[in-house]
Design a protein around this ligand. Sequence first.
Ligand code: SAM
Length: 237
Amino acid sequence: MRIDVVTIFPEYLSALDVSLIGKARRDGLLEIHVHDLRDHTVDRHRTVDDTPYGGGAGMVMKPEPWALALESIAEAGRSAGLGRPVLLVPTPSGELFRQSVAQELSAADHLVVACGRYEGIDERLFHWARELFEVRLVSLGDYVLNGGEVAALAMIEAIGRLVPGVVGNPESLVEESHSDGLLEYPVYTKPSSWRGHEVPDVLLSGDHGRVAAWRREQQLERTRRRRPDLLPDPAAD
Ligand code: SAM
């Protein structure tokens, strides 16, 4: 999978060099390019923002540097024989970025992430971009960050770890929170007795059937308690 990230803070993305994503890059499973949006400006001051039409606080990102950056990335993908790229735009006004979205996007061969700053990017860019990209506006959650870089890191990690080979043991992707709509069951390691706290007996029993039943029960109980919104609405038919 090829991933391009466009940002005015390329150094922010240095976290993509470490841990499993960094290893996946070195192993050639993920090809990640980080671009400085300012390299696609045409004025002496490398300007990427301007005042908003209609007035109001803050600045808005100009569409032209974005269009120049995105055109050159789309062209690079085409030359490499990749399919139609997906343009991921982190924004608090987008669809919620869920595990199901990460699953879907892990099948793409070319993702481009546009990290906004200030009050966001001129809306016309997203209409223009539909010619070259499948455009997805995605939100990390119902809160506001200063920029799209943190969201880009979270999304790249969530998507990248689903690419075959990135996580060493694919089994560990199966029983995770959100993989089947529920939260994961509690997990424990040695020692079985720690500072007066015991591992539940069932996990020491060696009875795989009982362990599986206990874990399922724990998943349902934990989901009911912490995230009832994830459970099917009993009133709906
Ligand atoms: N004025 C925008 C609004 O109210 O919707 C918020 C802009 S925010 C200060 C600047 C940038 O941070 C956004 O363009 C986006 O890239 C990123 N951002 C902020 N919150 C986000 C979230 N919850 N999910 C994804 N990206 C977010």
